[in-house]
Design a binder for this molecule. Structure first.
Ligand code: ZN
Length: 76
């Protein structure tokens, strides 16, 4: 009986250990995902042709070779 109890306790401990390791790995994975954004603080910026607002090129709307801050300005 005692031997069985020990096995059960060992299994529970192992499960906790595995869950903790899995969580740690998931957190590391998320950190890696988030890093590239923080590594490029000096992204190329463009100014809106309509209002002159400066914004990252990736967030700007390109229309006929000019950049705009939002759809409204791009349509005008
Ligand atoms: Zn604008």
């Amino acid at each position: 009986m005692i031997f069985r109890l020990l096995i059960v306790i060992a299994l529970i401990a192992l499960a906790f250990f595995l869950i903790r390791r899995l969580r740690l790995r998931l957190r590391l994975h998320q950190d890696k995902k988030n890093k590239p954004r923080q590594l490029h603080p000096f992204e190329e910026t463009v100014s809106c042709k309509q209002c002159g607002l400066r914004l990252p090129k990736s967030e700007a709307i390109e229309e006929n070779g000019a950049f705009y801050c939002n759809k409204e300005h791009a349509e005008k």
